[in-house]
Design a protein around this ligand. Structure first.
Ligand SMILES: NC(=O)c1ccc[n+]([C@@H]2O[C@H](COP(=O)([O-])OP(=O)(O)OC[C@H]3O[C@@H](n4cnc5c(N)ncnc54)[C@H](OP(=O)(O)O)[C@@H]3O)[C@@H](O)[C@H]2O)c1
Length: 247
């Protein structure tokens, strides 16, 4: 395998798959996590056909035993991990958000808990499990796939591009993930690890839908840029295509 090793969760489709492909093009060896091993095998086949040095782990981010399995995999094969892209995520329902499950007035607890479990608690737990391996990298990068919909400032600002695009469970889960980015980056500020939140853009994927203005080929650019930051790059930030976003 080439020198840098990356783990991309939810790498079987959408932005995660494209991120894996582009990391390969940047000279990184990629391991994709896929909840469905069959879909993972298909994605792995496509990555390898594109020339990638790639592997696939059956991986459900909400399953703590899979976190341990990922740790054991990277520890035994590489003794370290250079790049963690916390990409796997779910929405609370369709987009644009329509219906009671998207509202703060009526969002059911089970929807809130499910979305937070995947988009926040699982991301924190996985990162904590893999942190000892990231600390062994000479220059580790953690990319948390957030969303502009996690921006409190823009949600509170009448006239902002997202003011009328509110999906409470999803938005709050990404705000919480942003808090993780800030806290973790602060705690690791004297280490070789950089931690940033990415807003990929509104991208044509199963989640983003057909009406999204951004093509998949561009939807991975922010993740890849943050995953391959130089040593003088930022940490503890929230970015879209190289530009900072308000928290
Ligand atoms: N698309 C957009 O416009 C947009 C905008 C802002 C932020 N984002 C964020 O970008 C990330 C990727 O989005 P996307 O548009 O590529 O979404 P997508 O097409 O719906 O793909 C989501 C990926 O996450 C995986 N996933 C979901 N739950 C999982 C779990 N419990 N364990 C493991 N994998 C799981 C899915 O696996 P399965 O195939 O098994 O379901 C799939 O690989 C998400 O975090 C999303 O919130 C997307």
């Amino acid at each position: 395998m080439s020198s840098k090793i990356a783990f991309v969760t939810g790498g079987n489709r959408g932005i995660g798959f494209q991120t894996a492909l582009d990391l390969h093009n940047a000279g990184v060896a990629v391991v994709i996590g896929s909840r469905d091993p069959k879909q993972g095998e298909q994605a792995l086949h496509e990555l390898r056909q594109a020339g990638a040095t790639a592997e696939m782990l059956p991986f459900d981010v909400t399953d703590a035993s899979h976190h341990k399995a990922a740790f054991d995999y990277f520890n035994s094969r590489h003794g370290r991990l250079d790049i963690l892209v916390n990409n796997a995520g779910i929405a609370a329902g369709g987009f644009p958000p329509v219906g009671a499950e998207h509202t703060a007035c009526e969002a059911p607890s089970d929807v809130l808990r499910k979305v937070f479990e995947t988009n926040f608690f699982a991301q924190v737990a996985l990162t904590q499990t893999l942190l000892p391996l990231l600390k062994k990298s000479p220059a580790a990068r953690i990319v948390n796939l957030s969303s502009i919909l996690g921006s409190l400032k823009l949600h509170a600002e009448p006239g902002s591009p997202i003011y009328d695009a509110k999906s409470f469970a999803y938005d709050a889960s990404k705000t919480a993930l942003n808090a993780f980015t800030i806290h973790l980056a602060y705690e690791l500020r004297n280490s070789n690890i950089k931690v940033n939140s990415a807003h990929p853009g509104w991208v044509k994927t199963d989640m983003g839908g057909e009406q999204a203005p951004m093509e998949l080929a561009d939807g991975s650019k922010t993740s890849v840029a943050l995953a391959t930051l130089p040593d003088d790059g930022p940490t503890g930030g929230f970015f879209h295509m190289g530009k900072p976003l308000p928290w």
